[in-house]
Design a protein around this ligand. Structure first.
Ligand SMILES: [Zn+2]
Length: 320
């Protein structure tokens, strides 16, 4: 994930005050999500090693995703694609899509990137700057939450259609030492999918992207790009989170606009998509483990996975 202020485009898009009534969520949705199970899915990804594109760990993890998702739905698609990195090197990626209630016209899109960053270029120790990131939080946490949501949807069919999109090549953006110019070098899998959805003419009511949702001190702002494209979706999700008593995580304040996979889904697919991402300007931006050798399993807190998972599942369950 990269921060680049798009202020010059979005200044003044301050969203309307988001007063949330916050009805108390009760019933199965409130207890459906199993945090230990989600944590297990994060652990499993990390056990493959860094899922850097082009590595055996990346290939093995993709196969595991497909086998695991096919236990819960027959509608699993692997979208293979080619791309070029910021330095011109050719890349091969795999977006993986699992669909629930495949026949339904009204659909919701849930997504997260699954690849690991090839270099820990924000590590305090320069010796790690060309070593891969384990990506327990940056990659595996969002996917872990979505796999657990998928398991829940396989047990109780959603009223609308739900597509879980695991995006590749999100984190192969330019190295911190790179001096060349490279527009749109992040989110390559999202750029490809948004221009070539797995089903031609694919539409969804809205989308939710998860990125870095596992840290114990996670803070999810009303992220700027989400607020500029889809303030109503931010309000919908934040209202549910507040109703679940999760305001500690889902903050009532906006952040700068960030470049992440949702930008391209909004821009190229026209699906109003928001980003639930751990970012706080006051704290210096992303979690301290971001793009370092310290992005490891010990940083993952089941309670944070649960807060995000219960919120996303409750949003899905309330859609009719
Ligand atoms: Zn990242």
């Amino acid at each position: 994930m990269l921060k680049r202020t798009l202020a010059f485009i979005y200044v003044g898009l301050a969203a309307a005050g988001l007063s949330c009534g916050g009805q108390k969520a009760t019933g199965p949705a409130a207890t459906e999500f199993d945090a230990a199970s989600a944590y297990g899915f994060v652990k499993k990804q990390v056990e493959f090693g860094p899922r850097v594109p082009g590595t055996p760990a990346h290939a093995a993890c993709a196969d595991w995703f497909v086998a695991t998702l096919r236990q819960w739905t027959p509608d699993v698609v692997v979208q293979e694609f080619k791309a070029r990195a910021y330095d011109g090197r050719p890349l091969a990626g795999k977006n993986i899509i699992a669909s629930f209630n495949a026949g339904a016209k009204d659909r919701i899109l849930l997504c997260a990137h699954w690849d690991s960053r090839p270099f820990a270029d924000h590590d305090p120790d320069p010796a790690n700057h060309f070593k891969p990131v384990m990506g327990a939080n940056d990659g595996a946490s969002g996917v872990g939450v979505l796999l657990e949501v998928a398991r829940c949807l396989s047990l109780r069919k959603p009223a609308v259609g739900v597509d879980i999109l695991l995006l590749d090549l999100e984190d192969f953006g330019e190295h911190a030492n790179w001096r060349g110019s490279s527009e749109d070098s992040w989110g390559l899998g999202a750029q490809y999918w948004a221009k070539n959805p797995h089903n031609a003419g694919y539409r969804a009511r809205f989308g939710i992207l998860l990125d870095m949702v596992g840290d114990s001190g996670a803070m999810f702002p009303m992220e700027g790009t989400s607020m500029s494209f889809s303030p109503d979706v931010v309000k919908k999700v934040w209202t549910v989170a507040r109703g679940l008593g999760l305001s500690k995580y889902f903050l009532d304040r906006e952040s700068d606009p960030l470049i992440d996979d949702h930008l391209y889904i909004n821009r190229y697919a026209g699906i109003p998509t928001i980003d639930i991402i751990d970012y706080d300007a006051g704290r210096g931006g992303f979690p301290s483990s971001w793009h370092t050798a310290g992005d490891t399993l010990d940083k993952i807190d089941k309670k944070t996975l649960e807060a995000v998972g219960r919120t996303v599942l409750a949003v899905v369950r309330q859609e009719k």
